[in-house]
Ligand binder design. Structure first.
Ligand SMILES: Nc1ncnc2c1ncn2[C@@H]1O[C@H](COP(=O)(O)OP(=O)(O)OP(=O)(O)O)[C@@H](O)[C@H]1O
Ligand SMILES: [Mg+2]
Length: 260
């Protein structure tokens, strides 16, 4: 069953068409990837889905309802959570307080009755950053800050979680644990839509992948299908940062798609 539908969405910024008649859907309970070269329109799609960007045309449906004109906070209440490509934590607060604030906002009046800090500790534990609880958010490594963003998003118990380049700054072991956590979350009913440049991560955890290039969806399918799709490889090879493009195309071509 489809939880999110992006239907024929166009976003224009003056003369720039950032999203060009993009149509894709996200199946409930899946980990879905949204990939594409730099400037392909991935973050703009996330902004349209969360309500930060009004599309020039097209529709967004969440759980069967048209939310194209629904306010950002109402979409969050309905269960759409996200993390940002540019980190957005409160730098002067501790890691634990950042999560506490997210929980307080989510729980509102009910939060008054929350017994102790059990939920905060549990969320930090879940994303693997409990040891940083007392540190200021602006003093922790980037990878840890990304996991903090994830903990804050999870505090709102989203049904759909949008992650914008969540693994940048994580080392290999952390990325592996992070991938396992995403699969676990999806299994618990927190559907994941992820923008990510780490192809090994994308290929190993995603059930389905949509590929954007110049704002259009050029391919959709399972990791195995996407990996061998010539259109996808061409898109990455034509990428302005040739070194990285070639690297991504190469990793797409490798036959080491991990079995789920
Ligand atoms: N607010 C804006 N005003 C004008 N142009 C914008 C704006 N936001 C994005 N763009 C342009 O829209 C296009 C898509 O940008 P977007 O940030 O969505 O790409 P992306 O796929 O997330 O790229 P990256 O992988 O680098 O994060 C780019 O050409 C970008 O310069
Ligand atoms: Mg982006």
């Amino acid at each position: 069953m489809s939880l999110l539908q992006v239907e024929d969405v166009v976003v224009q910024f003056g003369g720039v068409t950032a999203v060009n008649h993009a149509t894709f859907e996200v199946v409930a309970g899946s980990v879905t990837g949204l990939i594409g070269p730099n400037g392909a329109g991935k973050t703009t799609c996330f902004n349209v889905i969360t309500g930060l960007q009004r599309p020039t045309s097209g529709h967004v449906r969440f759980d069967g309802r048209d939310i194209t004109r629904t306010a950002v906070h109402r979409r969050a209440r309905r269960g759409i959570g996200r993390t940002f490509q540019r980190l957005e934590a409160f730098g002067s607060l501790t890691v634990a307080d950042n999560v506490r604030v997210a929980l307080d906002i989510h729980e509102g009046f009910r939060g008054i009755f929350r017994p102790g800090d059990h939920d905060v500790d549990e969320l930090l534990e879940r994303v693997g950053i409990a040891e940083y609880a007392a540190e200021r958010a602006d003093s922790i490594p980037t990878g840890t800050a990304r996991l903090l963003e994830l903990a804050r998003a999870l505090a709102c118990q989203p049904r759909l979680l949008l992650l914008d380049e969540p693994s940048s700054g994580l080392d290999e072991a952390e990325t592996e644990a992070f991938g396992a956590l995403l699969v676990e979350l999806a299994g618990e009913g927190c559907t994941v839509l992820m923008v990510e440049h780490d192809m090994d991560l994308v290929m190993s955890v995603c059930d389905e992948i949509h590929v954007l290039d110049f704002g259009s969806v050029i391919a959709a399918g399972t990791p195995a299908e996407i990996r061998v799709d010539p259109k996808v490889q061409r898109a990455y090879l034509g990428y302005s940062d040739e070194g990285q493009g070639a690297h991504v195309a190469e990793s797409l071509d490798e036959t080491k798609v991990l079995a789920r």
